[in-house]
Design a protein around this ligand. Sequence first.
Ligand code: ADP
Ligand code: MG
Length: 626
Amino acid sequence: MDKQTHSFQAEVKQILHLVTHSLYSNKEIFLRELVSNASDACDKLRFEALDHPQLFEDQPDLEVRVSFDEAARTVTISDNGIGMSAEEAIAHLGTIAKSGTREFMANLSGDQKKDANLIGQFGVGFYSGFIVADRITVETRRAGLPAEQGVRWSSEGTGDYEVETITKPGRGTDVILHLREGEEEFLKTWRLKSIISKYSDHISLPILMKKEEWDAEKATQVLKDEWEPVNKASALWARSKSEVTPEQYEEFYKQISYDSEAPLAYTHNRVEGRSEYTQLLYIPKKAPFDLWNRDKRGGVKLYVKRVFIMDDAEALMPVYLRFVKGVIDSADLPLNVSRELLQESRDVKAIREGSTKRVLGMLESLANSEDAAEKQKYAEFWKDFGQVLKEGIGEDHQNQERLAKLLRFASTHADEGVSLADYLGRAKEGQEAIYYITADSLSAAKNSPQLEIFRKKGIEVLLLTDRVDEWMLSHLYEFEGKPLQSVAKGAIDLGKLQDEDEKKKAEAAAEANKGLLDRLKASLKERAKDVRVSTRLVDSPACIVVEEGDMSGHLARLLKQAGQQAPTSLPTLEINAEHALVKKLDTSAHFDDLANVIFDQAVLAEGGSLEDPAAYVRRVNAMLLG
Ligand code: ADP
Ligand code: MG
């Protein structure tokens, strides 16, 4: 075939324009794309040769060579893969075959930023060569065709391209980039090498470059006629599990996480189905220093068919699993996918859901293990990451039930490690709720007067002291059909846990103390919404409670510390009608002072601070003096 000139398909012209104008800021990706194409071509040959081994000719070792010529100002990417016939070169390099391309073009807005993102959806990697080249020559021969049926395809990347027949003894494809003025940086071994190791280390074929040697006479580096591999050529995650040793998994973790310790656990799977991908995910042993930064991107690297796409692909993991490290290698995503696009992709959503389930599965198998050492591992994990996992209760409703089972608490029964299931296992006959109290510290929680009746009756109460707890509880209403109930909120109803006698006694006490309650209400009308006789106190004279739906004192304090305005609603004071101090009230000459002191003490007991400490001191002193 003599030289023919063809016109690019209209879409290609637009793509070319877009690629060269909008991807310029990240121009080194051309090498990633062309090496990836070379690697694909080798994969295709390997596949076709399964049935037709003669396609290997006398060269069964598949490889990619990257070289440059300073004088000619060219960079060449060669492979001995499948190659292209003349028809294939015209079809593959002159048109865009992918379905939906027309719709895509119809959606182009002309806004460079937006379009650069749109472009990520389509396999148009070859054209990225024109970012740095003002002419690309492709010399190729399809495996199985004679040397005389080689093809030279050449274009300046504007309107058209030329095709002619050549003789090409070696099978496969050479892509020769004639660099634009100003792109000399790519005529350097170290520069090309560093791009290859950045993006293509895990391509499983050897990528070869010519060896460089110092020539003392010329006082410069010279290229030798000897090729050496420049990539690691090993994608650990692409191997089958049985081929990878635990030590190798560990080593790889350390490489990608910069952690000096071994991981707590890992999972490695090839997932097939709606979306096809490989996941290798690790849970670290220790929290990184920036765990609390919710804006921190995730620790999962995204690859597409073993080609590195991006670090910290946060769209692949929910925020509350931001401590997970590893690799996800997708078979479906386009190579030049952008972060924005990842957020919207259905494939990515499927990957995120699948990976979330895997991570939860790893945690569950540690938490539920019969093996004490494994269980201990979970306890340690919980210490470092428990608070982050709690964020998931509010963020991931789909997995809320699974997450709730992974929660661990302190309680009146044990200082740590209490699961909701443990709690229910110990619940009293007739107990209708899971009781908890929130406080600023474990000792404040333990000594809270609101717990007294629960202690007396031997009912377990969860002691919640993490900052995230109140928020979490606003999303977790129940566990296995039992509501979570604060012991410091509302009028406590112990339901069946209280016998008839006790109920009657409480009613009688309220009736008998009606006069006292009225006097207290009058005295404290600026400070308490209501005053009533308590059913939850045993040893203390009084306690502060908030009504169901009002903000707890603990949360109000947290908000205040964070510099936020906490809505102010007055609390309720509950008094212990049996307490000597309360009994003394009726006949006290200092009724007003004593009422306020009892209120202040109730505030102190729940970990609050007094608004007017001087007044408190004055009142106590007045009473001490009689
Ligand atoms: P994609 O790789 O997503 O298909 P590209 O624009 O990178 O998109 O490449 C377009 C097509 O050109 C490829 O699908 C392939 O058919 C062909 N091609 C590109 N480079 C080579 C190569 N080195 N060897 C064989 N075919 C190639
Ligand atoms: Mg490609």
